[in-house]
Structures are given as structure tokens and as C-alpha cells.
Design a protein around this ligand. Structure first.
Ligand code: ZN
Length: 428
């Protein structure tokens, strides 16, 4: 008896040891009623997408029978399109927080808030985000936990703490000096050498992209308005150092002179771009600079006006910017400047990201197909991931979503995403 029991136990152990290897070669077959494989091309009718181990293996017309052992996902009543990309979010922040919360909330707590926001955003159909501003190592920790499959969330590209000038947008302000000293995020720099050093520190910490504040910000206390903050030489040092390390650079910028300076210094994308002049837009076109207009940020700000969320200083800047919302996006789009989907989630509620599609179509003049391209192929190009995400094609990551109706006729259907898959895993 003991011998037989031992043999049985051994079999059991061997069986368990054998299971994971066999189970890993998972095949999933998705039957799509309609397919937008590439937002730049016409939609296709019923299609079959075969996924092996999280990667798209084939895309064929019609409803192909699934191979034996494959898991079948029936989306035959829906439109399937690539997982959406938001090029500007802040998972570790929430809307309407008073500025002094910075002195209260710990990084540990904000990382957990970020995990919650990551899941909310994934469920809304966003399978990749670029997090352009989080404290300390919070963004890097969240990205790692998602990549390791410990918690669900979109693929993340993380900037860490944006670089700022002393007293500029992104530096600590609004407190007595000893509190400011205690809250210092070590993200300010003065002079080309120190700015280059800060970029290298961010790269060492794991940054996928570098963000700097080229001008003041709307929601910050006492950054002396919205004008240019870094000098031309400092901007060049940040951008050249990042590019040398293989990192792209995003510049937060509202005032025209700050936008133009960042573009001349070779920045990859202008975030917000609120007061960009026609001349600066032309410069962006010549230099191939992308605009990420973040129109949902202004929706979030408008909703909170007069609710005692903003200090009087902030409220006056808010009123200035609300007069020109989407002007830069409209100018850029008609001039042929790439406009990429980014929302500034955290200025409005996480999960409402798809509202940006409505803004881009109604205020900036993009067609629905162009708006969807801005959140798929266009955003993938800006992130340097055009061979991984943004299209449904063999070899690409299995990032896909499904909606009812036709998003090429009405982008509002993207606000009700019915199915989400990221890296071959169904989000629920
Ligand atoms: Zn932002």
C-alpha cells in the first residue's frame, strides 16, 4: 500500500509539473461581426482573429472554424477594433483634489489609487497608456506589477516625475518654506548640466519617456503664469540627453513662446498646446512635432468651475484657457500636424477617456476615422510601439476591444466598450 500511495503521489506531482507547460500554448479564436483592423483603412465584414500566447497569429475574412482545443470568443454581433491608447494620463492622481493633499497622501496610498484607476481605464477600452507624471517611484511600481500580471491594467509607459524649474509648474508650491523643502520631489533643475543629470536619473529609475514643463500650468499654485519656464539651452539639454538614451520627450506647454521654444529644441510632443499661434503650428508641421491636445482636461476643469475646488489664482488661469479650448487642435489638424489622442485623466474622472473622441470630432474637426487613428496607429507611432500595438494584424500584441454599432459613423459608441482584451487576456 505505501508503495502504491507513493507512486500515486509521484504521478500527481509529475502531472502538476506537466500542466503549466502544456497550458501555456493557449489558442483563442475571436469571431468579429465587423472589423476595424487599421483605422486608416475601410472596415471589413465578419472576420476571424486567431491569437496564440497573447499574440495575433492570423486575421482572415469570414467565420473560420476554430482548431481543436481553442477557446472561442463570439463577438459576431459587434465591431472589433484595436485596443485604444491614451498618450496622457495620471493614474496616481484623482480629480478635484485640493493642492495641499500633496502634503497628506503617502506614495503607498497613491500607488493603490493608481491600481484602481488602471483597472477602470482598462475596462473603458484603453489597453495602453502613457503616464506623464507621478510621484517618486509610484508609476514604475504600478507598471511593473501590471507587466508581471500581479494586477490587471493597461500596458504602461511611465515618465515618473516631470522635470520643472524652481517655482515652476511641477515644483512644490503654496506651502511655508520648510514644508516645501520636506515635499521636494528632486525634479527641478537649473542650467543645462543639472537638467541633463536629472534626465539620466529618470532613465536610471526606469523612465520610458521624459516629460518636462516648458511653461506654467493651469492648475498649479504660484508658478507666475503660463509663460515659458525653462531656457532654450535647458530645453535642448533635456531633449538631447533623453534622445541620446533612446527616450522620447513630451513637453507640457500652454503659452505660445514656450511651445515654440520646445519645438525648436526638438521635442517629440507638445501636451495641451493651448495658445499655439498659427506660426508655431507651422513650425510643428515642419519639425514633425506631434500635438496631444488633452481636450478632456478642459471638460473636467469646466465641470469643477465655481465649486470651490480651485483657488482664485487657478480659477483666473482656468477662465483664460477655456476661451480658446481646441483652437490649437483645430489649427494643427488642418495644417497637417499629427494630432494624437491624450486626455490628462485625473483632471477629469478616470474611465471617461473616450469622451476625447467626441471632443476631437466636434471641436477639432477630425473625422471619426481620424479620431480613432489618433488613439491607435497615431498614438502607437508617438510611443514608438507601431510594430506592437495600434492595429489588428499578425505579429501584433492581442490588444482588442468590441463595441455595439459603428464607431466610424458615431464615436460615442466608444464610450460603451463591451469587451476588452489586453496581451491576450480578457479584462473583466
Ligand atoms: Zn497632465
Amino acid at each position: 500500500m505505501p508503495t502504491r500511495l507513493l507512486a500515486f503521489l509521484l504521478l500527481l506531482v509529475a502531472g502538476f509539473a506537466g500542466v503549466p507547460a502544456a497550458a501555456e500554448a493557449e489558442t483563442i479564436v475571436v469571431h468579429a461581426g465587423r472589423l476595424i483592423a487599421d483605422a486608416g483603412r475601410p472596415a471589413q465584414g465578419p472576420s476571424t482573429i486567431t491569437i496564440v500566447d497573447g499574440r495575433i497569429q492570423s486575421v482572415t475574412a469570414g467565420t473560420d472554424p476554430a482548431p481543436q482545443g481553442a477557446r472561442v470568443i463570439d463577438l459576431s454581433s459587434r465591431t472589433v477594433l484595436p485596443g485604444l491608447i491614451d498618450a496622457h494620463v495620471h493614474f496616481m492622481s484623482v480629480p478635484g483634489s485640493a493642492y495641499w493633499r500633496e502634503a497628506v497622501e503617502t506614495d503607498d496610498y497613491m500607488t493603490l489609487v493608481g491600481a484602481h484607476n488602471a483597472l477602470t481605464t482598462l475596462r473603458a477600452g484603453f489597453t495602453t497608456v502613457r503616464d506623464l507624471g507621478s510621484g517618486g517611484t509610484t508609476g514604475f511600481a504600478l507598471k511593473r506589477a501590471i507587466d508581471e500580471g500581479l494586477i490587471p491594467g493597461p500596458r504602461m509607459l511611465v515618465s515618473g516625475t516631470p522635470l520643472s524649474t524652481i517655482g515652476g509648474h511641477g515644483d512644490v508650491a503654496g506651502f511655508r518654506p520648510e514644508v516645501i523643502a520636506a515635499l521636494d520631489g528632486h525634479n527641478t533643475c537649473t542650467g543645462a548640466d543639472q537638467c541633463a543629470a536629472r534626465v539620466r536619473e529618470l532613465a536610471r529609475a526606469g523612465a520610458d519617456v521624459v516629460k518636462f514643463m516648458a511653461t506654467g500650468g493651469v492648475l498649479s499654485q504660484g508658478d507666475r503664469g503660463l509663460g515659458q519656464s525653462f531656457t532654450d539651452a535647458e530645453m535642448r539639454a533635456i531633449i538631447d540627453t533623453a534622445h541620446m538614451l533612446g527616450l522620447k520627450v513630451a513637453a507640457h506647454a500652454h503659452a505660445d513662446e514656450g511651445i515654440a521654444a520646445a519645438v525648436r529644441a526638438g521635442v517629440d510632443s507638445i501636451e495641451h498646446g493651448t495658445f499655439a499661434s498659427p506660426a508655431t503650428i507651422q513650425l510643428m508641421r515642419q519639425r514633425g512635432t506631434t500635438l496631444v491636445p488633452t481636450l478632456m482636461a478642459f471638460v473636467g476643469i469646466r465641470e469643477r468651475l465655481g465649486q470651490h475646488v480651485y483657488t482664485p489664482l487657478v480659477e483666473s488661469k482656468v477662465r483664460m484657457t477655456l476661451e480658446v479650448v481646441a483652437r490649437a487642435a483645430r489649427l494643427a489638424h488642418s495644417a497637417g500636424v499629427p494630432v494624437v489622442f491624450g486626455t490628462d485623466a485625473a483632471v477629469y474622472d478616470h474611465g471617461r477617456n473616450a469622451g476625447e473622441f467626441v471632443e476631437l470630432v466636434e471641436r477639432a474637426g477630425l473625422t471619426p476615422a481620424q479620431a480613432i487613428a489618433s488613439a491607435t496607429t497615431g498614438a502607437a507611432r508617438l510611443l514608438g510601439l507601431q510594430d506592437e500595438i495600434g492595429r489588428i494584424a499578425p505579429g501584433m500584441s492581442a490588444d482588442l476591444i468590441a463595441v455595439d454599432g459603428d464607431p466610424l459613423a458615431d464615436v460615442r459608441v466608444l464610450q460603451q466598450v463591451r469587451f476588452v482584451m489586453v496581451r491576450g487576456h480578457v479584462a473583466d
